[in-house]
Write a protein that binds this ligand. Structure first.
Ligand SMILES: [Zn+2]
Length: 501
């Protein structure tokens, strides 16, 4: 009888999920806060930081700083602790910026057979885009086509060779003739693919203005030069400039790419660009840093950083780009996970740093500043996890650098056990010789182990750097699941006794 009783007790003990009572309570709390992450709340926060109040969150502007304060306020509300400069939420850096006061103008003068002139005016944003760092003023001048706008003597390549552009408008393309960013050969071309270089090189050659064939969208990642009037150019005016010349931009570029020989020429067309801008050299921006400190006396010094850029491309003279998918989505995914994590009171052994970066769109300024002025030692940083445009689709993806593929398991396990979205797993190759275009690549280049979380199977149109990228350009349901995966993955990564990189 006594034996029988003992067997029942043993059976009861083993049937309660093989877990000690404390662990069961933990699991209950974990799931309770997992379920507290809601797409409704996410949609509300999206509407908040995409609202006109923040004016497209251009780094350096007062509106960007207001957005940073809003994010810090939320983190503080939930019990996350400030981890920036001097126990504040913020890590400040210089960020000059330009306000585009109005849409400006783009006009083409078309001479008629009778000697008269008709003027064709174009419309933004379909036909042109104001230069986000243009000088202020109006210039009317002949247009000279300069291919990629590159002067590279060591590569025996000069788009300006034998051609006079002084006082003229230069018409040029983004990128470089060499295309394979996985080939070490690309490194030779790297410095020439920056937008900053292109406008500076045009100024060195005496150009008065620049028409940039750059996707016709807002681009603040370009140098400001006081007397250089810049506009992005769309397909129709480009075709008008090439009209009657017996060629088009595409065919000329193909020829350059094949031969590595410049093909610059004067187009014979006269164009007016008008820009109305105000430069703010005094601008400052910040990263927002909030932390949940670990509780293990040893492991608490190890830090998991999860980050997303908070800034967007601003407002081009009335063309407000709210930066919904790019990158309010990444920021809000992190906030949703941070709220659940902080509110749950679940103890973490390692520390977790929420890092909302400024100045990504102006040239990866915030992430570069962080790597130069890390808030926590690099050697103690487990990984930097980047989120950029994580909110459109039906599936999830996690990628890791070759230095930490094992860390992906924390997120894939979370998805497999609780979320069940289709999930793509990949390793980001360390070999990349091109222009870094994400904060994650800045951390990777500085020697951090990096990961990125993204969404797959996009269901909404993507309005990259365009006014359509608003609060509703995302699918809140996938953001909810991304946040849930982040929440669970961070708990498990922070609490693992040893990390299997
Ligand atoms: Zn982005």
């Amino acid at each position: 009888m006594r034996t029988f009783f003992l067997i029942i007790v043993l059976a009861l003990l083993t049937s309660t999920a093989n877990k000690a009572p404390a662990q069961q309570a933990d699991e209950q709390t974990r799931l309770q806060y997992f379920h507290s992450i809601s797409s409704e709340e996410i949609a509300g926060w999206m509407a908040e930081i995409c609202s006109p109040e923040y004016n497209g969150r251009l780094a350096g502007t007062p509106e960007y700083i207001a957005a940073a304060e809003w994010v810090a306020g939320k983190l503080g509300e939930w019990g996350v602790k400030p981890a920036g400069d001097g126990s504040t939420w913020f890590q400040w850096f210089d960020q000059p910026y330009t306000v585009v006061n109005d849409i400006g103008a783009l006009r083409l003068q078309i001479p008629q057979k009778d000697g008269s002139m008709i003027v064709k005016s174009y419309v933004a944003p379909e036909d042109f885009y104001p230069g986000m760092n243009s000088g202020s003023g109006e210039v009317t001048a002949g247009v000279v086509y300069v291919g990629y706008g590159i002067t590279a003597p060591e590569l025996d390549y000069d788009d300006y060779k034998g051609i006079d552009v002084s006082g003229k408008l230069v018409l040029m393309n983004r990128d470089v003739p060499y295309k394979d960013v996985r080939d070490p050969e690309y490194a030779k071309w790297l410095k020439y693919c920056y937008h900053q270089y292109k406008v500076e090189n045009a100024a060195r050659h005496g150009a008065a203005g620049m028409l940039y064939i750059d996707g016709n969208s807002a681009n603040p990642n370009i140098s400001y030069i006081e007397n250089m009037i810049v506009a992005g150019i769309g397909p129709d005016p480009l075709a008008d400039i090439f009209a009657g010349l017996g060629k088009d931009n595409k065919s000329v570029l193909e020829q350059i790419d094949k031969s590595f020989k410049p093909a610059s020429f004067s187009t014979g067309k006269v164009v007016t660009i008008r820009a109305n801008t105000t430069r703010h050299p005094e601008g400052r921006a910040c990263n927002v840093a909030g932390m949940i400190e670990g509780t293990d006396s040893v492991l608490k010094h190890e830090v998991i950083i999860i980050g997303a850029h908070l800034d967007a491309v601003g407002n081009a003279g009335g063309l407000l780009v709210p930066g919904g998918l790019d990158n309010a989505s990444g920021v809000i995914d992190i906030l949703a996970a941070a709220k659940a994590l902080a509110s749950s009171g679940i103890k973490l052994k390692r520390s977790v740093l929420f890092l909302l970066l400024g100045g990504e769109e102006t040239g990866l300024v915030g992430s570069t500043f962080y790597t130069q002025h890390p808030l926590f030692p690099k050697e103690k940083t487990v990984t930097y996890i980047n989120l950029d445009m994580v909110g459109n689709g039906t599936g999830l993806a996690v990628s890791a650098s070759e230095s930490c593929p094992g860390l992906r398991d924390y997120f894939t396990d979370a998805n497999n056990s609780y979320i069940h979205r289709p999930m793509r797993v990949s390793t980001s190759r360390g070999v990349f010789y091109g222009r870094p275009r994400s904060d994650g690549l800045v951390f990777l280049a500085d020697g951090y182990r990096t990961m990125s979380i993204s969404t797959t199977g996009g269901v909404k149109p993507v309005f990259y750097h365009l006014p359509g990228d608003g609060a509703t350009a995302v699918t809140p349901e996938i953001m909810e699941d991304a946040a849930k995966m982040i929440y669970l993955g961070l708990i498990d990564m922070a609490n693992a006794d040893t990390l299997n990189y």
